[in-house]
Design a binder for this molecule. Sequence first.
Ligand code: GTP
Ligand code: SPV
Ligand code: MN
Length: 593
Amino acid sequence: MSSKLEALQRWVDEVAKLTRPAQIHWCDGSDAEYQQLVQHMLKTGDLIELNQQTHPGCYLHRSSPSDVARVEHLTFVCTKDEEDAGPNNHWMAPTEAHAKMDALFEGCMEGRTMYVIPYCMGPIDSPLARCGVEITDSPYVVANMRTMTRMGAAALARIEREGSFVKGLHSTGELDPERRFIMHFPEELTIKSYGSGYGGNALLGKKCHALRIASYQAKSEGWLAEHMLIVGIENPKGETHYVAAAFPSACGKTNLAMLIPPEGYRQDGWKVWTVGDDICWMRPGADGRLYAINPEAGYFGVAPGTSDNTNPNALSTIARDTIYTNVAITADNQPWWEGLPGKPVTDWQGRPYDPANGPAAHPNSRFTVSAKQCPTWSPHAEDAQGVPLSAIVFGGRRPSLIPLVFEAKDWAHGVLIGAAMGSETTAAATGAVGVLRRDSMAMKPFAGYHYGDYFRHWLSFDKPGAKLPKIFHVNWFRKGEDGSFLWPGYGDNLRVLEWMIDRVEGRAPGKQTPIGTLPAHGELKLGDLSLDSATVDTLLDVDHAGWTAELAAIGEYLHSFGARMPQQLHAEQQRVAKALDEAAPAPRSAVAS
Ligand code: GTP
Ligand code: SPV
Ligand code: MN
């Protein structure tokens, strides 16, 4: 096959000349093609068949043990001017990066098949959607891209019609961490990734295109590409509010997107609709509201912790036609991970399970599955114009200080709250786990340009005629003195979403504090939850001294971005710091006298 789009055909020819594959396969996205790929991978051992009685169409992939997560220290944004990448990214000069990568790609596909994957991020007929072509030598990548994107003939037709596409070149190489780089050239709409076969490093439509390259494009085109889930909350009156939420990797997006309401809410008629679980592209509509699409077509979700208690929706979604990566297996060949009943016999590396080796499933083990298999898949998930947002939520893993929920005073304050986001690191990227770091808008690893310019772009949406969503911050991960979570989380998070919707509709007056609006006493419907009042007080407390220190740290953080940080955000930080100052409890001496 070939393409009638000259720019595409020329690029494919150039890549083939460089990488020297034995053959070239243009992916059409058909079922027959998928079945052939699966049969091929079963022969090579890239896939292992799971129990087809309990899990029809399900397979296991074991990645190289040194290739199990994103590698932020090996991920670069290569803009001509270093300053454009910002202190939030690793940078390399484009000429140097191209030379380095092309040397790695030279001859790397010898004797192998080169796959050409045309794909569309977003509903194929959506004006918000964007296309790309990934070239890879990994059939596992092809199989995953087929589920995660709209891959094949329809995407190719759109690319040929529009004439433009993001170029992504990938090879698993030798899977040597010393020869592994994920390079982005936003000015050239190009990605080059070598040496990893895993998730965000290799499925180039996902983090590389839909966040790093797309965020860069979005800045000049007036939209936003964000690391957010999109969920619809339908109340008993049948009204649906759409909410987008940014939580860092492995901090609860998939779970919130697939939330099952608590029993009482279900009886009252509440429903939750899943639109997206990881990435959100949004832009203002003619009516001034922000409209959002999910650019992805599938979920690449965290397996551990997924259970009938936490996320029964996900569990039924992945009961068939799913690729599992780095999970353990049971005696009867079913996929297994920590949090599921039953017990593992073989760990994620294929060894007999021995607790001395650590968890049976890798903490960043994943499932890849079509979004349509989710029982709560929204009937509006493929609306070409997207869904209108009522609220934007930021949140992270904060064991202390940050209340369960609070609301920004206005858009600019909301942007500050997003910029100030912090979270403990997780297994989704290599490196230490549980270290608190700033992760503005959950985009620290994904913003394709300078954070100062990025915050300025966010602020620019507040203009005459705009009907922007309200902005909130949540923290499901507050811990008590014994180290256990204070808030039950999961389905009960709907109680917090209900309060947000009440705020949006003007039904909850809330309690004004220097850091924003919190639920007033009794506004959070805690129903039959067995939370004692001391716990609720802790969850909704604004610790004055702690917040004063936090605001100072936020101020320092903003300054670390130098002159490109918009003055408006500094002013916003100063406004909140001053409000805290003015609300300070009376000094001791005054009380004593
Ligand atoms: P990425 O796919 O890496 O972007 O992650 P994600 O943000 O989609 O996270 P996910 O929903 O997969 O959750 C990650 C981990 O957090 C899982 O182990 C969940 O069980 C856990 N988790 C999710 N929601 C909650 C919650 O409300 N409370 C608590 N305590 N844990 C949660
Ligand atoms: C994340 O790390 O945020 C993920 C998984 O969603 S990956 O696709 O590897 O980026
Ligand atoms: Mn993610």
